[in-house]
Design a protein. Sequence first.
Length: 281
Amino acid sequence: MGRNKSLTPMAEFLLLFSFLLLPLQAAAASSFDAHSWTNPETGYQMVLEDGAALLSTQETVMLAAEMQEVTAYGNVAFKSLSSNSATAAQFAASYYHSLFGQQSGILFLIDMDNREIYLFSDGAIHKTVTNAYANTITDNSYRHASEGNYYQCASNAFSQVKTLLSGRRIAQPMKYISNALLALILAALANYFIVRLSCGSPKVGEREILEFASTKFHFSNPRIRLIDQTKVYNLPRSSSGGRSHGGGGSGWSGSRGGGGGSRGRSRSGGGRSGGGGGHRF
């Protein structure tokens, strides 16, 4: 009986502790689904919305801390989603502009429906993180998403963004590989044409063939045949003849029809700006 009484306070403590944790866990989960923060010095915002629940609580806290460093240069956002009726590029542009308008900033998107990561930027940041750099960053990061390590994928992308914004360079292995392959192809083509020009014999023309051809002819049983005969008569000129010239006037009329072709210029709709690049995983 005394043993049961000694266990009662411990049980009550555990029960009370579990009840206290429930609202804290619920609040933490709801706050990490859509986490936002504003840099008091620059006024730029950080928005983290893990709609596809790809990050753990600890990963969300770590990624938010890394994203806050980008707010020294502009707005920054992370978005994951499990269903998307549009393309990753279309959703990224629409979502970014719904958050920040055309202000300077950058968004990293993980689209689980299209299995694609996409980096979109606008404003002053887009002048640094261009479309080419966005493609390079996603090329360097997509393998983490293929392995299911979505935190590392986003962290790697934002790390490269911070490197560019701080004035440094990032690794561009795909660019170097493409340039090397292009150089090899051009070298192979150049060697091919050089060998062909040096080894190929020049084409002989008809004149050269006739000059070197044999000019000796041999006739056997020659015969002469009269094929045709023509007579020509010269008539005396008459001194009293007048000459008359009749001239027919020739004229032309031309008409230029103003068919009026119209040239139209198409601009990107909605006055939207910015751009980016992505990679499937």
